[in-house]
Design a binder for this molecule. Structure first.
Ligand code: HEM
Ligand code: NAG
Ligand code: NAG
Ligand code: NAG
Ligand code: NAG
Length: 300
């Protein structure tokens, strides 16, 4: 479907007839796309995540979104996440003792995203990352209609992001883009606050104990924020997390910020699809993301 067809339904968000116990995914799939089917939930998450990545591309919209690939300023700190995605930094975890450079914009870059697709083909780094992000953020928002795909990526986001050594400003910028993208589609500020709080609590902290995000994957280390600017999580279990260091530049041109729509493969292929896991004697905490979001939505 064309983005414009879908956004025409924006006004429906204000309709009061939505069940109070609906997840955020159910609520906005119903409001924007009418039928709460797995296919429509996937369309909603595709629109949302694509907008988070490349910035707003659908019209009309409620506000501009720069997107995570654009340089930005987060509360006074310059942020440039593109080199983590274009192979400029050796920051991906493929099982070794240090990070490797991978180009995640290797299958059309921004062009297919603007057509509501994850990538041009289906066997690229870009396809894998984008589809995993649809599935993961869908699970976080409570997308559970039949046909919505289960998350097929790695369970521990701490392991996935291990070699990026992200700062509070970098993670904060990412979460801000999620909020801006949601708001651009008419998601209410209350709902955005719920999601933002969950993302900041689970991921934008250092050393959090294992937490359930995807129930089928159990409790996993999820802290993505790693450097000294990061807030220490309550019940921090830093011994469970490996030491960090800033990723090495793999390509000076790309590390400085190459084109977001590059189709060139400037980085070596992955040697393994699994990030190196790490474990520690950390305690398991009860309330996972799904619980957090569900409870907060019920409280609205
Ligand atoms: C709220 C914060 C975030 C969440 C929930 C999140 C979630 C995810 C998920 C689910 C994946 C896919 C993992 C897989 O395929 O197994 C992923 C991959 C990735 N994320 Fe994040 N992310 C967050 C923040 C960030 C930030 C701030 C960056 C900064 C550059 C980032 C960069 C990446 C990259 C480069 C990958 C690909 C990693 C790889 O396949 O090696 N993420 N993220
Ligand atoms: C909401 O609650 C009603 C009544 O208990 C139930 O029939 C419905 O399936 C629930 N909807 C969701 C999305 O949980
Ligand atoms: C993004 O949204 C802003 C605000 O609605 C608009 O001015 C701008 O043209 C949009 N950009 C694109 C590429 O659609
Ligand atoms: C760095 O990336 C640029 C742009 O993709 C490419 O032209 C160049 O060959 C790369 N350099 C190395 C050393 O890989
Ligand atoms: C996309 O790539 C083409 C070819 O390399 C380039 O001419 C164009 O400026 C790029 N567009 C953006 C938005 O980066």
């Amino acid at each position: 479907m064309r983005p414009s067809t879908f956004v025409a339904g924006l006004a429906a968000v204000a309709a009061p007839a939505l069940a109070q116990n609906m997840s955020i995914c159910d609520k906005y799939t119903t409001a924007l796309l009418k039928e709460n089917t797995g296919a429509n939930q996937l369309t909603l998450l595709t629109l949302l995540v694509n907008t988070v990545v490349i910035g707003n591309y659908t019209t009309p919209n409620m506000n501009a979104v720069p997107g995570i690939l654009a340089k930005g300023n987060y509360m006074g700190t310059e942020v440039n996440l593109l080199p983590y995605f274009n192979g400029g930094l050796a920051s991906s975890n493929r099982g070794g003792a240090s990070g490797v450079a991978i180009n995640f914009l290797d299958d059309g870059g921004a062009a297919p995203l603007m057509k509501n697709l994850p990538s041009t083909g289906t066997s690229s780094n870009q396809y894998k990352l984008m589809t995993h992000l649809y599935q993961y953020f869908g699970a976080l928002l409570g997308c559970s209609a039949t046909g919505f795909p289960s998350y097929a990526g790695f369970g521990s986001q701490a392991a996935v992001h291990r070699f990026m050594d992200l700062s509070a400003a970098e993670v904060g910028y990412f979460i801000q883009q999620v909020a801006l993208a949601a708001s651009s589609f008419g998601v209410s500020q209350d709902d955005i606050a719920v999601v933002g709080k969950a993302l900041n609590t689970i991921f934008n902290v250092r050393c959090a104990p294992p937490t359930v995000v995807i129930p089928a994957q159990g409790a996993q280390l999820q802290s993505i924020c790693q450097d000294e600017t990061c807030l220490l999580a309550p019940m921090a279990t830093c011994a469970a997390y490996p030491a960090t260091m800033k990723p090495a530049k793999a390509n000076d041109t790309m590390a400085a910020g190459g084109a977001a729509n590059s189709t060139k493969t400037g980085a070596p292929a992955a040697t393994s699809s699994k990030p190196a896991a790490f474990s520690g004697a950390a305690v398991k905490i009860g309330a996972g993301a799904a619980g957090l979001l569900a409870a907060a939505v019920l409280a609205l």
